[in-house]
Design a protein around this ligand. Structure first.
Ligand SMILES: Cc1ncc(COP(=O)(O)O)c(C=O)c1O
Length: 406
């Protein structure tokens, strides 16, 4: 008789967003006349920029011609894209990363959940709380997290680093030493970002303790402040302790196109073993390359035209963030984030839970957000709104929320 991976049975409940979707569709069914505005899921809404569409069209035409047809892509990505990434994201910031340290993939979610495969199952992980749930769940599936306590919603073998208004959403160095440290900055869900000095503390800690930092920079394009690093490799010593994940989803609207990359520096070693070799082996065995058409689209992200168009797109979303942040502050809410990230993290009114506020907002303002407790126990009492909606709906949603307080 076959056996299943019993670690999967330990995963609690359904995925946060499916619970939200169920609640919203039940409400819509009961109230078909209501116009619901969704500021919940972190999906983009703007169309792909013209320079990128043009590059994709050209690549599609190439695929229809025997002379320019492309079959399997190189495992680690086409050289043209890896060169564009190095030039656009690293050399332009004076950061030393080479093209053969870039692994092109179909997105950051797969990479940041798959990366744990190259580490032993007895490694101890540390995560921020609240957290992007993928880091935790992928480690649960691998059997690295111990047992789950449904009362406290914590795993026995995970080190949690609370990020709350009390510590300004900056994780503190843990008492127990972790082996693998997940850091996401700019952060989903809290919408704040670490300064270079704050991130340097973690790099120094990881190097001193033989830990690895798994750095998720999916929201890098939204950084607006000078002292926030665009890559962990701006920090001294990061090449010996960090892996970085990047996505084309939020800077270029590729959530449905799918493209990302991971940087594994060759200096990152466990004894004599280069993690770069392990990830190359894993990638080559289990992944067959992002499509040529998509990698051509990715290259256009770094063209002068592409960059200018995407700057406008990011500005559009960040204007929404401003509308949300300022509108909620006017309505008397305590709000965080929204300056270096497209997320606004707000305190729910005294006496309400995150899910209570979700229901309240859905039923009274017909606005959907995400309960903070869905991202971890320290998210209780908070609520996330995203700036990824369209401008008109964002304004309308905030007007509705403001009207509730009148
Ligand atoms: C922190 C974080 N990392 C990664 C991802 C996923 O990125 P991708 O679309 O490239 O898989 C998301 C998506 O919402 C995210 O919030």
């Amino acid at each position: 008789m076959f056996k299943v991976n019993e670690n999967y049975l330990k995963l609690p409940g359904s995925y946060l967003f499916s619970t939200i979707a169920k609640k919203v569709s039940a409400y819509q069914e009961a109230h078909p006349e209501k116009e619901i505005i969704r500021l919940g899921i972190g999906d983009v809404t703007r169309p792909i920029a013209p320079a990128i569409i043009e590059a994709m069209h050209k690549a599609v035409d190439e695929m229809g011609n025997a002379a320019t047809f492309h079959g399997y892509a190189p495992d680690l990505g086409y050289q043209f894209l890896r060169d564009a990434i190095v030039k656009g994201d690293y050399q332009s910031r004076g950061v030393d990363i080479s093209a053969d340290e870039i692994f092109v993939s179909d997105g950051a979610k797969c990479d940041c959940s798959n990366i744990q495969e190259i580490f032993g199952t007895d490694n101890k992980i540390a995560v921020c709380d609240p957290v992007y749930p993928v880091y935790v769940d992928s480690n649960v599936m691998a059997g690295r997290t111990g047992t789950y306590d449904p009362q406290t919603e914590v795993w026995s073998d995970i080190i949690y680093m609370p990020c709350t208004r009390e510590n300004h959403f900056v994780p503190e160095l843990p008492k127990e030493t972790p082996d693998m440290i997940y850091i996401c900055s700019p952060n989903n869900p809290v919408g704040t970002a670490l300064t270079k000095e704050q991130l340097q503390v973690w790099v120094d800690y990881a190097n001193a303790h033989g830990a690895v930092i798994l750095f998720d920079a999916a929201y890098e394009a939204y950084i607006s402040e000078e002292n926030v690093p665009h890559t962990i490799f701006e920090c001294e010593g990061a090449r010996t302790c960090a892996i970085e994940f990047k996505s084309f989803s939020k800077n270029a609207g590729f959530t449905g196109v799918r493209l990302g990359y991971t940087v594994v520096p060759k200096d990152l070693k466990c004894g004599d073993v280069m993690l770069h070799s392990l990830w190359a082996r894993r990638h080559g065995t289990k992944y067959n390359g992002a499509p040529y058409i998509v990698q051509k689209a990715g290259e256009a992200v770094y063209s002068e035209e592409g960059k200018a168009q995407l700057k406008e797109q990011v500005a559009y979303y960040m204007n929404n963030a401003k509308v949300i942040k300022e509108g909620l502050a006017e309505a008397g809410y305590e709000v965080y984030g929204g300056i270096n990230a497209p997320y606004i993290w707000l305190r729910v009114p005294e006496g309400m839970t995150s899910w209570g506020f979700f229901d309240y907002l859905l039923e009274t303002a017909n606005v959907v957000g995400t309960p903070g407790s869905g991202f971890g126990p320290s998210g209780e009492g908070y609520f996330r709104l995203t700036a990824f909606g369209n401008y008109e709906n964002t304004v309308k949603a905030i007007e509705r929320i403001k009207a509730l307080n009148k």
